[in-house]
Ligand binder design. Sequence first.
Ligand code: SF4
Length: 316
Amino acid sequence: MYHHLFGPVPSRRLGVSLGIDLTPDTSCTFNCVYCECGKTERLTRERREYVPTADVIAELRACLSAAPFLDSITFSGSGEPTLHSGIGEIIAFLKDEYPQYRVTVLTNSSLLDTEDVRAELLRADLVIPSLDAISDPVFRKVNRPLPGITSASIINGVRAFCAEFTGAVWIEIFIVPGINDTAEELELFKTTLQTLRFDRVQLNTLDRPGAVSWIVPVPAARLEEIARSLGGGVELVATRRDSRALPTSDVLVRDLVLSTIQVRPCTAADLATVTGLPASDIETCVQDLLARGLAESKMEERGLFYFARTGMRTAR
Ligand code: SF4
């Protein structure tokens, strides 16, 4: 059982993704209304070794020595991964020892205005920086940041990073209906995006329960309308799951299901995707976890979600 790795989980855009969680105590610079992981426990911008870097590297070595099939090794997890002062060392380890794997960093962009942080991410293959607002009042409503972090500092950091990084950049905008999709804000997005170097812009919407109850998913037609208004290069984060099955012959299905829902709530269809098992087997497995008190369920717009009772959280 790993403490700092999770999954592989089915990612809507990354495929089969092995997650690395560097901030298990849910430390983040933001407290986003849409966070799948609930309320931020520790609002901070202190960079430190939240978990021992050597332990993360040891777990990665143990896991990757079996040469698992993965589309991505992804820094995401329970908070903002760039808060961890060892992220650069871990990325360097992966690229030196396992260059065949794509390394992805999901970041809320709040530390990209720091030269050291930008330098530490340079060896990643793909960075997905969030940019959820351009105007400061909208930024505060959506991301609810630590005092002192402004939309200007986010934009400046993203701009500097995009200019320095030679890998792929997919800017993510999480649409919170009625807050950051007004005509005025979309116009600001359009003019700001024209000043940035990126490979894609992806619009995201609620897929799992957020941190507040009032946030709802944006209908696909509205997302497409927003994408058109922002101009070329803007796409939607697919809601359809990657149907590729994982090899499960040497994995206990129940452990896999439990470790998956410890990271984030999943429907039975999500779990079928990650394990490659028929829905009936998943049903048996989750019923067993429910009966043992290891899991709970909650009905949401997309269906019945299962989550571990002592679950962690994961970003985006
Ligand atoms: S969505 Fe990401 S950036 Fe926002 S509070 Fe959650 S972990 Fe932090």
